[in-house]
Design a protein around this ligand. Structure first.
Ligand code: IFM
Length: 795
């Protein structure tokens, strides 16, 4: 079933049926001020942090028609019939209500026609502003004069702290104070307390938001939620809309809202345009300023164009035309946009991440830089430096870095460490340096979280040492609190094959970096460690047909043919190839095992069979229903690794099969199966034994975004930044005869044409740069401003 289509030209996804299987969401705004919005205008707004700067309410865990958000109600004065511009929450019959939602990069437009009235609302937050705009256009398409009332409505929080607003009601329901000043609704929180602007996480300070109108005057307003909805009202039937009038209510304690009653008299064909502005600050100051900035259609249009340009400039490092339209739609817009949303909002703000967590999870954040390095290198630098200072002087990492409250040199030690956390440096630090060409970054001195400092290269060495020093009886790194998989219980003595393979990858990268920097003794040291580790992996991690996953402290194995459940895990197989431990026939064998036991039409399962009988102290994944999430679900975070491993071995059709099976756009015409947005990744998909095999959950913010993008760009298209230039080594399906791409790299532009006239998947047989033949796969870095035409032939 299909609910919409990709409008690639406008970089939009267009939803033509509003009754999507789940709310299909998008992000507006930017890293400072943003919001989540669904195709039915549900969602919420946040400032800096969805946990500590939550400005409006959203009902998590609710059914789709009963969510709250940014609603624009309309009421026909002649018939008393009313509806919302978005189909929900009022949900008029779909044969009479037509709508189109355009989710774009940083904005969402919802346009509908009902009862001869077309309403068109575009939601966005202007660049560098701390407010959002709802541009509202109402047109009378009928042949008679109409009197239409419009009620824009939003539901601010009592407290900006998401948890407190949800749970601590005996406190939060006494702190709101709303009023209308100078025509603008001012929503105060804790107004009797002093301001504390330098301490963002202080939830007990005075704060204000505003909701104002630009380009129109209101008849009346409501600023008390109960007054607007009615004591027993609902979002589908708010009392004020039913009764045709707001009441000028304010809140002093209890729950705030912000709504206006606007009357429009429209002749046939006549339309009106105005805007609502909602943002941070006092009504009389920030509110008035926002209204002035948005008080004319041209100003709004210019601000909307600017937000489009802002996001487009951040997602067009690489664009490509391939024979696959779905791949193109993802690659050219949604995959990089999704990666950036994940970079900016980590795992804190979506329809599922409810503000219960804040801060930057160490491992996930480092992985996010795999995509952001090429998209927003300078912002990545800043964040990467922050994370490097979240590493302790012994090499281990703080599990979560709190950006508002992080003090390098003074951070206390956590109770537990995760063995994989610091290993991700070996993916993202080289990636960042390769993208920027800033080799000196390895020499930059940065403090550790607890004490002391070291150049970045020193941070990398400590990361390696951390795991070498915490190795177990088989000479493999110990699992500690977790080793990427949060559900495998290894403890301080259990050993992890996954991290052993990460460590192998790390040592290899370290050797390459040291070779480049001429650090001879370091090369020797790392090479020795690598040989010893390789021998241990070979001796203790190979299970005959595939690699083991881990040893528990008592020797119990994970991912062995001896196990009844969790016989084989995906990650050690893909990482055996990616780390270079498995090569040649061994590599083919592990890929075949992975394919045979774990691959499905919707992606590769994390392990199989799922845990049903096993003691939960062995695998906590058992708490999930079989074939969901870590218990044998298709964990999408890992799918890119499967694609990359297949591509590494030149298995173009296999890599493509894996890619296609997890690409959201592949399910655009099968939305009833995947259910979640066909333009956004999701954290996991139900695996083979789930009654809903193929259903996706937890969309948008996920390492899946990042690794899928990396797999698309560097594995399938094979366009990869390297220290000295751009490497081009594609691995495409045999059905493709090539592709074209444009890559921006260190200020130069590379126009790349790849030809595969005889269906060869991988293997560059010739390459020319501006017509000149060059050996190998590396295009040397061009000077800034230069345009390089690169022709690559696969034979
Ligand atoms: O690796 C973790 C991630 O950090 C959080 N989500 C689950 C993943 C697998 O357990």
């Amino acid at each position: 079933m299909q609910y919409g289509f990709f409008d690639d030209k406008n970089r939009e996804y267009v939803i033509t049926r509003p009754d999507t299987p789940k709310p299909w969401s998008n992000y507006i705004g930017s890293a400072e001020f943003g919001g989540v919005i669904t195709n039915n205008a549900a969602g919420y707004t946040f400032y800096k942090s969805a946990a500590q700067g939550r400005l409006t309410r959203y009902k998590f865990n609710a059914v789709a028609a009963d969510l709250n958000g940014r609603f624009v109600y309309l009421r026909d004065e002649a018939t008393a019939d009313f509806w919302t511009n978005s189909w929900a929450p009022v949900c008029k019959p779909l044969d009479a209500f037509k709508s189109e939602c355009r989710h774009g990069t940083g904005y969402t437009q919802i346009k509908s026609t009902y009862a001869g009235i077309t309403s068109d609302v575009t939601y966005f937050a202007p660049v560098d502003k701390l407010y959002e705009v709802w541009r509202i256009k109402i047109c009378n398409e009928s042949s008679k004069a109409r009197k239409i009332k419009v009620f824009p409505f939003v539901e601010p929080q009592c407290n900006w702290n998401a948890q407190d607003d949800m749970n601590n009601l005996q406190y939060s329901q006494y702190i709101a104070k709303t009023e209308r000043i100078d025509g603008i609704i001012d929503i105060g929180s804790n107004v009797n307390m002093p301001e504390d602007p330098d301490n963002f996480t202080n939830k007990d300070q005075k704060r204000h938001t505003f909701f104002g109108l630009a380009g129109i005057e209101a008849e009346n307003f409501d600023a008390n939620l109960t007054s607007f909805l009615g004591a027993y009202g609902t979002y589908a039937r708010p009392g004020a809309v039913l009764n045709d009038a707001c009441s000028g209510s304010t809140a002093s304690g209890d729950m705030p809202c912000a709504a206006y009653e606007i009357e429009l008299k429209l002749a046939p064909g006549e339309s009106r345009e105005f805007a609502c502005v909602f943002g941070v600050g006092r009504a009389v100051e920030a509110g008035r300023e926002a209204i002035t900035e948005m008080d004319a259609p041209e100003k709004i249009e210019a601000a909307l164009d600017a937000i489009k340009a802002y996001w487009h400039s951040r997602i067009e490092t690489l664009s490509a035309e391939t024979p696959d339209a779905n791949f193109n739609s993802m690659l050219n817009t949604w995959a990089p946009f999704n990666s950036l949303m994940t970079f900016y909002w980590s795992r804190t703000a979506s329809l599922v991440y409810a503000g219960e967590r804040d801060g930057l999870g160490f491992r996930d954040t480092l992985q996010d830089y795999m995509a952001s390095s090429s998209l927003v290198p300078e912002e990545t630098r800043e964040r990467l430096e922050l994370m490097l200072t979240g590493q302790y002087s012994h090499g281990g990492a703080k599990p979560v870095v709190q950006p508002f409250n992080h003090h390098p040199g003074q951070e206390a030690f956590p109770d537990q460490y995760r063995s994989d956390d610091c290993m991700w440096f070996f993916n993202c630090v080289p990636e960042f340096v390769k993208e920027t060409g800033d080799i000196d970054f390895f020499k930059k001195i940065l403090p550790f979280a607890d004490k002391g400092e070291a150049p970045v290269l020193g941070h990398l060495r400590r990361a390696i040492e951390f795991n070498l020093e915490r190795s177990g009886t088989h000479g493999l790194p110990c699992g500690l609190a977790a080793d990427w998989n949060d559900c495998i219980r290894l403890g301080d003595k259990g050993e992890t094959v996954f991290v052993a393979l990460q460590l192998r990858f790390a040592l290899n990268e370290y050797v390459s970096i040291c070779q480049m920097l001429g650090e001879t003794s370091e090369i020797e040291w790392a090479s020795e460690q690598l040989s010893a580790l390789d021998a241990n992996i070979e001796k203790h991690a190979w299970d005959g047909e595939w690699y083991l996953r881990a040893y528990r402290f008592d020797g119990v194995k994970f991912g062995s043919k001896e196990c009844d459940e969790g016989k084989i895990f995906m990650n050690p197989q893909s990482w055996a190839v990616l780390s270079g431990h498995a090569t040649g026939a061994r590599a083919s064998q592990v890929m075949d095992s992975m394919h045979k036991y774990l691959a499905t039409d919707y992606g590769i399962m994390l392990c199989s069979p799922p845990y049903i009988e096993t003691d939960p102290n062995v695998c906590l994944g058992r708490l999930f229903n079989p074939c969901m999430k870590e218990n044998g679900g298709i964990f999408n975070h890992t799918q890119g690794w499967g694609v990359m491993a297949a591509a590494r071995l030149g298995m173009g059709d296999r890599a493509w099969e894996y890619m296609r099976n997890v690409m959201p756009a592949s399910f655009n015409d099968k939305a009833e199966i995947r259910e979640v947005e066909p333009y956004a990744v999701c954290q996991s998909t139900h695996g083979r034994l789930s009654p809903r095999h193929g259903t996706g959950r937890v969309s948008w913010l996920s390492g899946s975004a990042v690794w899928n993008y990396v797999a698309m760009t560097t594995a399938i298209l094979g366009i990869q930044a390297d220290y000295n230039g751009l490497r081009i080594d594609p691995c495409i399906p045999s059905s493709w005869n090539g592709f074209t791409a444009i890559r921006k790299f260190r200020g130069a532009i590379y126009r790349i044409t790849v030809k595969s006239p005889s269906g060869i998947c991988k293997g560059v047989s010739s390459m020319t740069i501006n017509g000149e033949p060059i050996a190998g796969t590396l295009v040397p870095a061009a000077a800034e401003g230069e345009i390089c035409n690169v022709l690559v032939t696969l034979m």
